[in-house]
Design a protein around this ligand. Structure first.
Ligand code: SF4
Ligand code: SF4
Length: 233
């Protein structure tokens, strides 16, 4: 099994991006959230992404964005599961990291995934983390959802990307509740505002993604995937 074959499997299962990080790239992971805390024999982390339609950002209704977000999660968990089974056929032990499952970390007062999916994606060369705390990829901006699989086989890692965010601060200024003022996003403030029950329509909705909307890599001049239709926005 080599990196090329690993990526072929991931793409055949429906991933739009795939990269590989070796375990040495996770030395800054918070205590308890290192890949080795999850799989003690982990040698490589395979990061993958699935596209999220950019039209959901300019849509007047919050329903499509909410629905896509809710349906991309099981899609990605299924890809990770099927990938692990394929790897097991080659006698390689793997662990799928759930795409949207977090737990409270009392040490830092934040909710965290088993490992940080965006840091794994950055370590695997998919993109770099922007000021809005989302991963920016050259291919799809931040309109990509992230998953990861821990593998106990050493694989050739991908090159790291040069920093993509140019610190224009548009996202910081666009946030209606100043959740991006500090270098680390105020997670609780954002979640309290952006997610929740809409009393008027009596339903759970995601009502804010302004930091995504304003970033030129999503809707704007630096969007390289549907440039023609978005640069006028
Ligand atoms: S989603 Fe909305 S509330 Fe949360 S950081 Fe982005 S702009 Fe601010
Ligand atoms: S809006 Fe500007 S500062 Fe914010 S993530 Fe995008 S490029 Fe970086």
């Amino acid at each position: 099994m080599d990196s090329k074959k690993v990526k072929e499997i991931m793409y055949s299962l429906g991933a739009d991006l795939c990269g590989i990080a070796d375990i040495g790239r996770f030395s800054d992971a918070p205590k308890g959230y290192h890949p080795l805390d999850v799989l003690p024999t982990c040698k490589s982390v395979v990061s993958f992404g699935c596209r999220f339609p950019v039209g959901t950002l300019i849509c007047k209704s919050p329903i499509p964005y909410t629905r896509v977000r809710n349906s991309v999660t099981p899609k990605m968990d299924a890809i990770a599961l099927d990938f692990c089974i394929e790897m097991e056929k080659s006698e390689i032990v793997c662990v799928p990291i759930p795409t949207n499952e977090s737990q409270w970390d009392k040490n830092t007062g934040r909710y965290r995934s088993l490992i940080s999916l965006k840091h794994a994606a950055q370590a695997a060369g998919l993109g770099t983390i922007g000021r809005h705390s989302l991963l920016i990829t050259p291919e799809f901006g931040s309109m990509i959802w992230l998953g990861a699989v821990l593998c106990d086989v050493a694989l050739e890692p991908d090159k790291l990307k040069e920093n993509i965010c140019d610190n224009c601060n548009l996202c910081v200024n666009a946030c209606p509740i100043n959740a991006l003022e500090s270098p680390e996003m105020d997670q609780q403030k954002c979640w309290n505002y952006a997610f929740g029950d809409d009393e008027e329509i009596q339903s759970w909705r995601i009502i804010c993604h302004k930091c995504r909307d304003i970033c030129p890599y999503n809707l704007g001049a630096k969007n390289s995937f549907i440039k023609g239709s978005m640069t006028a926005l």
